[in-house]
Design a protein around this ligand. Structure first.
Ligand SMILES: C[S@@+](CC[C@H](N)C(=O)[O-])C[C@H]1O[C@@H](n2cnc3c(N)ncnc32)[C@H](O)[C@@H]1O
Length: 345
């Protein structure tokens, strides 16, 4: 158990009868089996919510929607801080409204993660002085909700609001904070989208061919493919905000398809004739090479015989080496010095 997960477990033990754990992607390795059965969990990640549920904990999976706690707010909330500032600010804004006077918000995080700054800014929102305890390189920050009204809302970039962040042809593309790289088109994904016309030209897929967008984010790769041909699209991600944005984009663009919450497509039966993927290599604050292997293994399981998969990765990721163990054809048709496209069959 990492030092920070130990602090989370200790904070939950001190959280009274049924504290609420707010768990983002940084809680993936938390040993939920060691968490007291009274703890409730709210996670924006499907895989983490699934692990908490399997450990028998009352769990909600959503884009940090606190409305289920509006009627009976928890007396303590424990939160391992997120990497993205709008997420931390959104949680502080909402929790200050939801918690009753006397309830505690406990933040756990590392020195390098900006936790001392959050102690100050969240203190302003809660109109309360934070107490800070240092444990090596990590800190536990505690705020008690006073009877006084909340301070001014922190800048959360309008967390809940979908908005246009790009255009594809003459159509808007929507996204929101909480989605990976939410306010731009990822350079790797743009490279992949640019190569799709030649791939589809060579493959000449039949109308209605099945396409999987694995780790879809707000759905950019699905939308790019949809603009070029007629596919039956399945888009999947583990992030609740991504699923919301992708669903809105599918509706706006009239994509024939479904948006599915899953842990790297684990609940999908497949097969798919075309799989598009810009795999993650970060899990919150940490790089995670294992994720690349996981996305390759899923692609091997879900790719139809004769089908094609197209990945985009950073130039330094040894995707071809990892893929050769699983695929007969491994080609790198495009490399631009920053990213490369890897085609698998
Ligand atoms: C590099 S982003 C690519 C997003 C999108 N395809 C695009 O092109 O903009 C990787 C995506 O993988 C998702 N992801 C990370 N871990 C995942 C998992 N275990 N299962 C499904 N999706 C995951 C992230 O939420 C993120 O949306």
């Amino acid at each position: 158990v990492s030092a920070i997960d130990s602090l989370l477990l200790a904070s939950l033990r001190q959280g009274g009868a049924s504290p609420l754990l707010v768990a983002d992607e940084n809680c993936l390795d938390l040993p939920f089996a060691s968490v007291d059965s009274g703890v409730q969990v709210l996670s924006n990640r499907y895989d983490i919510a699934a692990r908490a549920r399997r450990a028998g904990l009352t769990t909600a999976f959503s884009d940090f929607d606190f409305s289920p706690w509006q009627a009976a707010p928890p007396s303590a909330v424990v939160y391992r801080i997120s990497k993205e500032k709008p997420v931390v600010h959104h949680l502080a804004n909402r929790l200050c409204e939801v918690l009753a006077p006397g309830a505690r918000l406990v933040l756990v995080g590392g020195k390098q993660e900006g936790i001392k700054t959050f102690a100050k800014t969240l203190g302003q929102r809660f109109a309360a002085q934070a107490s800070i305890a240092k444990h090596g390189d990590n800190y536990v920050v505690s705020l008690v909700k006073p009877a006084a009204p909340c301070g001014p809302p922190l800048d959360d970039r309008d967390y809940q609001q979908l908005r246009e962040i790009a255009r594809l042809g003459d159509m808007p593309v929507y996204s929101k904070p909480g989605v990976f790289g939410w306010n731009r088109v990822d350079a790797g994904s743009a490279l992949l989208a640019g190569y799709l016309p030649s791939l589809l030209g060579a493959l000449a897929p039949q109308a209605g061919s099945t396409l999987l967008d694995l780790g879809c984010g707000y759905g950019y790769l699905s939308l790019a493919a949809h603009s070029l041909g007629s596919f039956r699209v399945t888009a999947t991600d583990n992030c609740a905000a991504a699923l919301l944005a992708c669903g809105a984009n599918f509706k706006e663009h009239g994509v024939n398809g479904e948006v599915v919450a899953a842990d790297c497509g684990d609940i999908l039966p497949g097969p798919y004739q075309l799989i598009l993927c810009n795999p993650p290599f970060h899990q919150g604050f940490h790089q995670d090479r294992g994720l690349t292997e996981k996305f390759l293994a899923t692609t091997r399981r879900l790719l139809a015989p004769g089908g094609r998969a197209l990945f985009v990765v950073n130039q330094f990721v040894p995707l071809e080496t990892l893929a050769r163990a699983r695929f007969r054809v491994v080609d790198t048709p495009v490399a631009n010095g920053s990213f490369k496209l890897v085609e698998l069959a």
